[in-house]
Write a protein that binds this ligand. Structure first.
Ligand code: BGC
Length: 735
């Protein structure tokens, strides 16, 4: 590829920043994040920006650590991006002098972050600087950065120095902690241009080696090393390339120093162009699987691709022990914990575009089953109760107390105690994965154990009322405004689904005999248990008014007072709690996010269209969308109801949620559940996809501004192209 070319011509694949935006440095850093599933880095500048709001950070998926009296979190890794550039005695710093030209762009087609700057230093000398980086999609342990500098009108000394330093202590705000997570075991720089840091996480004792191979090139000469002083003339271009490897290992293992150095040095020997070509080829292969093309406005196409690119590149690799948190590897919010976002909002995308990746995400839930068993036991239940927030053990990591953002006083957080639905969300998502892939090995080897253990949990979680029916009391649905509710609709319907799915699996004659027997013995499952699951399912309270079709979100919900619709319709960027106050938020009929609306999409076959319409009309105007999960859920549900205008409005909010910082928190990282929700709305919403049968079907209803919607997916190992127009869908097998 020609790296000297200016902006890539395809603006439908490019996010561009054309001028410096000092007030929003962290926002752009999130937008320009890059990941390859193992390593994720924010799009911070290479030159140091001390004292600004810049938050340079690199993370590794699944590498958690805990500090004393704190929760596990994904810590920022050692800094490998910082580059000190001194131009004839003036340190390159965009805060000084004059920025003559500035363009930064995310080339999503090739997976590159690039920046071109022409800068005049305070003494009036002008220099052209170019930066290019990628997190290799061909070799996930490798990241590459190239810095190029050319004086335009001066001659003198150019100093270049690449840092490799221990991570700074995090700033410590809200849920973030304030001590370093790594202790240094060893660091070394060699004359051959390699350098490494061997570290270990303080509490989880996991070794991490960051190794780099560094090389400067100028006037046809290659010089290995990290720091250089070069004599330069106007027009003479110099570059400093680095090839970085990040390798972690199991707790207490020796740091994999040799291997990391070897990988970095081998990448360097192979050369920049070879690494770039392999990465770009892998990126293009990814687009062949994930792209959703529209014949419609270019900005919508770009926004669609932005959401897909950021989600697809977060997927862990087979064998990794990791899933995707609400901000992926793009920020510290939510500490990298894993929520239902991964299963309900993101997993379907992977199941149909990257089945191996989806399997890896679900294997994470299998490997955290022990923690879920511990949670159930501690709460007096049987089986497995998944953590609302999960890290590397599956134990509950949701904070019980958080400081009130206004007063600083501690507030009790009940999600980890009450948000039971996650325990059904996991098997539900597995079932969707199985429908997409037909992966029977996963079903028998992993899923069955999860199904049985979660069904056991539900059977022990219910209470019997006087009429002998089963209730789920004192719980919390996705609408987190209402705490300690009874018979939450989302929870009860999915719990019933879970109980029946487990009983059906137990009775499934295709279950290989030996595997079935071994599992039954291992879990000490008694023959009466599946019968109990069916009985509990049959008697579980399921709110649904047969006459009106309305599903009461939780007992007594529809009797609560209504907030004025004018308030809810008012455009706002602050949470509803700041408008109507905390008392009303928890007492009135105002929802944080889609609850019955998303339930009726997930279990669409349980409800007729009239009921879905009635509930959409009831709950949508009462929803504050204070969770970033909400708008895409509404786009999806509205599109499936054929309400295309309304669906477009919600889709627009989802498409631009991060790009236009619509919720004001993009600086803290991208909203990954929303990126998955965008794909759901396009594919299951507007294209009306169904994967219930032997092969996919689609009943499209397109936005007026689009003439076409086209995508591919993999169903049971077969690739299909789905081409939708207003006349219907053409579905073809793809090679
Ligand atoms: C939402 C949850 C979500 C979490 C992480 C919360 O604000 O209410 O549903 O799982 O954020 O995205």
């Amino acid at each position: 590829m020609n790296l000297e070319e200016a902006l890539p011509p395809d603006d439908r694949f490019t996010i561009v920043q054309n001028e410096m935006d000092w007030l929003r440095l962290p926002f752009w850093e999130s937008i320009f994040s890059l990941s390859n599933g193992l390593i994720g880095m924010r799009g911070s500048f290479e030159e140091p920006m001390p004292g600004t709001r810049s938050r340079p950070m690199t993370f590794m998926a699944g590498l958690y650590d805990t500090l004393p009296a704190a929760l596990p979190e994904l810590p920022a890794l050692p800094d490998w991006l910082t580059t000190r550039i001194v131009l004839g005695g003036s340190a390159f710093d965009l805060r000084l002098g004059q920025v003559k030209q500035f363009t930064r762009w995310l080339d999503m087609k090739c997976g590159l972050l690039r920046r071109e700057v022409i800068w005049q230093d305070p003494r009036g000398r002008t220099t052209r600087l170019s930066f290019l980086r990628f997190a290799s999609l061909a070799d996930c342990s490798l990241s590459v950065l190239s810095v190029r500098v050319a004086p335009l009108d001066w001659s003198g000394q150019l100093e270049l120095e690449a840092d490799l330093t221990m991570p700074p202590v995090p700033a410590g705000r809200g849920r973030e902690s304030s001590r370093s997570h790594f202790e240094l075991a060893k660091s070394q720089s060699r004359a051959d241009g390699t350098c490494w840091l061997a570290t270990r996480t303080r509490q989880t004792r996991r070794p991490l080696v960051v190794a780099g191979a560094y090389e400067a090139r100028t006037a046809g000469e290659s010089i290995p090393g990290r720091a250089f002083i070069l004599d330069v003339e106007p027009g003479q271009s110099c570059r400093l390339d680095r090839y970085m490897t990040f390798l972690a290992d199991a707790p207490d293992a020796e740091p994999p120093t040799k291997k990391a150095r070897h990988v970095a040095a081998a990448a360097w020997r192979e050369g920049f162009d070879a690494q770039l070509d392999r990465h770009v080829a892998a990126c293009q292969e990814m687009w062949n699987r994930i792209d959703v093309e529209i014949d419609g406005p270019a900005e919508d196409q770009r926004a669609i691709r932005f959401n897909l690119f950021q989600l697809a590149t977060l997927c862990p690799r087979p064998g990794d022990f990791a899933s995707i948190g609400p901000r992926g590897l793009t920020g510290t919010r939510y500490l990298g914990h894993i929520f239902w976002d991964a299963e309900i909002y993101m997993l379907p995308f992977f199941s149909l575009t990257n089945p191996q990746g989806a399997r890896t995400l679900l294997t994470y839930r299998y490997r955290t089953l022990e923690g879920a068993r511990r949670k159930a036991k501690a709460n007096g239940y049987r089986g497995a109760q998944y953590a609302w927030e999960s890290a590397d053990t599956g134990d509950e990591t949701c904070p019980r107390w958080l400081p009130d953002p206004q007063t600083g006083n501690p507030i009790r957080i009940w999600c980890g105690d009450l948000q039971d639905h996650i325990t059904a969300d996991v098997p539900y998502a597995i079932d969707q994965y199985l429908k997409a892939t037909g992966d029977e090995a996963f079903l028998w080897d992993y899923a069955a154990e999860i199904f049985f253990e979660t069904a056991r949990f539900w059977a022990s979680r219910v209470s019997r009322n006087d009429a002998g029916r089963a209730d789920i009391l004192d719980t919390m649905g996705p609408d987190e405004f209402h705490i300690h509710v009874h018979n939450d609709a989302y929870t009860n319907y999915l719990a019933r689904w879970n109980l029946l799915a487990a009983a059906d699996l137990y009775d499934n004659s295709a279950f290989p005999k030996a595997a079935r027997q071994a599992l039954i013995a291992r879990l000490a499952l008694t023959p009466d248990e599946p019968g109990t699951w069916r009985e509990v399912a049959a008697n579980l309270t399921l709110p649904h008014d047969e006459k009106t079709g309305l599903v009461n979100q939780s007992a007594g919900f529809t009797d609560r007072a209504d907030v004025s619709p004018d308030i809810l319709r008012m455009p706002r960027r602050v949470p509803i709690i700041d408008v109507i106050g905390p008392e009303l938020t928890v007492e009135a009929q105002v929802l944080k996010q889609a609850e019955v609306v998303i339930l009726q999409y997930l279990l669409e076959n349980y409800f007729d269209k009239r009921s879905r319409e009635v509930n959409f009309d009831y709950y949508e105007p009462r929803t504050s969308h204070d969770s970033s999960l909400s708008v895409s859920a509404h786009a999806l549900a509205a599109a499936r109801l054929g309400r295309i205008e309304q669906a477009c409005d919600y889709l627009h909010r989802a498409l631009y949620l991060d790009l236009d910082d619509l919720v004001g928190t993009t600086a803290d990282g991208l909203h990954t559940a929303n990126t998955g929700g965008v794909w759901l709305s396009l594919v299951f919403g507007f294209a009306g996809l169904s994967i219930e049968g032997d092969r996919p079907t689609a009943t499209p209803r397109l936005p007026a501004a689009w003439r076409r919607l086209r995508f591919t997916l993999t169903h049971h190992g077969q690739r299909y192209t789905i081409d939708c127009t207003c006349d219907g869908a053409r579905i073809e097998r793809a090679p």
